[in-house]
Each structure stands twice: as structure tokens, then as C-alpha cells.
Write a protein that binds this ligand. Structure first.
Ligand SMILES: Cc1cc2nc3c(=O)[nH]c(=O)nc-3n(C[C@H](O)[C@H](O)[C@H](O)COP(=O)(O)O)c2cc1C
Length: 173
């Protein structure tokens, strides 16, 4: 799938909400998701979330997300996603375990665009960080990518004066 390098900027009213089963297979998308990603409900339901994976995103970030979700915790992240037509969009928000009567039935995410005067600088900053981490990952064979990515992410955040990923990502809110 070709990338256009063009950004689809989210409007403040576009709050993207998706739900998945326990494996990450999409079970629900709202109309902001279909408007922004370009995938219809029919196309998205039953597919894994990786259909909107952007190749610049480090695997380490999704590893941290799954680690939190599997421990029953919420995760806050900034994501660069791919639209069906090859454009991309930036979003930030939370991923949460979805429970019914105390039992895990899947996960959900609610994300919005990056807003405020500093949004373009922030996107550039995240783009640079993610590309640097991704480069480290891709220099490794697949089984070693996450460990190498996590090490690079921790090192680069420390250099920028941040203790951890979520602390850093929350600045996008
Ligand atoms: C509720 C929920 C929302 C998700 N949203 C995205 C998303 O927007 N983009 C994405 O690439 N992965 C998303 N994922 C993670 C994917 O399931 C997958 O772990 C990720 O794309 C990692 O790909 P990798 O294994 O190639 O690193 C989501 C998972 C869950 C449970």
C-alpha cells in the first residue's frame, strides 16, 4: 500500500472511537473513524487494528500498549495512523480494557487530534522520535525488534528529560 505523505488533520469534533475483542479484532467503529480513515464500517469490522498501522510507528509503542491493557490498565498514546488512501493522521488518547460485569470482553480506544498552537511542532517531534526508534527496530531481526525499540525509546526520552513514554505522550493533550 502506497503512502502519500499527506496528513489528514482531525477536526476538533472528530473523536475517534473503536472497540476490539481481546485479540485486537475490530468490533465497533464510530463515524469519525470511517470519515478519517476512509474505511467503511463493513470494511473495518472483523479486521485487526493493524489495517490502519503506519510503517513509521515503532513496535515498542504498541508493545507498551498491550502490556498495560493485559495488566488491566489504561494506556495513553500518540499514534500516527494510515488512511485507506495512503494519507496519514495523528491522534492521541487512551486505550482501555473493556469490561462487562467485571469480565474482560475486549478493549476500546478514544482518540482525538493534536490540538492547540503547538500541535505542528509536537507532530514533528513525535515523527522524529518514532522514526529514530523505528530505524533501530528495523536494523534488527523481527524477534529482537521490540527489545531494541524499547531500549531506544527509553534512551531517547531520557535524553529529552522524560521518565517514561506515557508521561511524554500526555503532553499532546
Ligand atoms: C482498542 C485498540 C485500538 C488499536 N488501535 C490501533 C491503531 O489505531 N493503529 C495501530 O496501528 N494499531 C492499533 N492497535 C494495535 C494493533 O492491534 C497492533 O498491536 C499494532 O498495530 C502493532 O503492530 P505490530 O505487531 O506490527 O507492532 C489497537 C489495539 C487495540 C486493542
Amino acid at each position: 500500500m502506497e503512502l502519500t505523505g499527506k496528513e489528514r488533520e482531525l477536526k476538533p469534533s472528530e473523536i475517534i472511537s473503536t472497540r476490539s475483542d481481546t485479540r485486537g479484532v475490530i468490533t465497533y467503529v464510530n463515524s469519525a473513524f470511517t470519515a478519517v480513515s476512509g474505511y467503511s464500517r463493513e470494511e473495518a469490522l472483523g479486521k485487526p487494528h493493524i489495517i490502519i498501522r503506519h510503517p513509521d510507528m515503532p513496535r515498542a509503542v504498541y508493545f507498551l500498549m498491550w502490556q498495560a491493557l493485559k495488566s488491566g490498565e489504561e494506556f495513553f498514546g500518540v499514534t500516527k495512523n494510515r488512511c485507506k488512501n495512503g494519507d496519514h493522521y495523528w491522534a492521541c488518547g487512551s486505550f482501555q480494557p473493556d469490561k462487562e460485569n467485571g469480565e474482560l470482553i475486549g478493549y476500546r480506544s478514544t482518540r482525538q487530534g493534536l490540538i492547540g498552537v503547538g500541535k505542528n511542532a509536537l507532530k514533528r517531534e513525535f515523527d522524529r522520535l518514532y522514526r529514530e526508534v523505528r530505524e533501530v527496530e528495523l536494523a534488527q531481526p523481527r524477534p529482537q525488534q521490540i527489545e531494541a525499540g524499547l531500549e531506544a525509546l527509553t534512551r531517547l526520552l531520557k535524553k529529552r528529560g522524560h521518565a517514561g513514554y506515557e508521561d511524554y505522550a500526555r503532553r499532546a493533550l
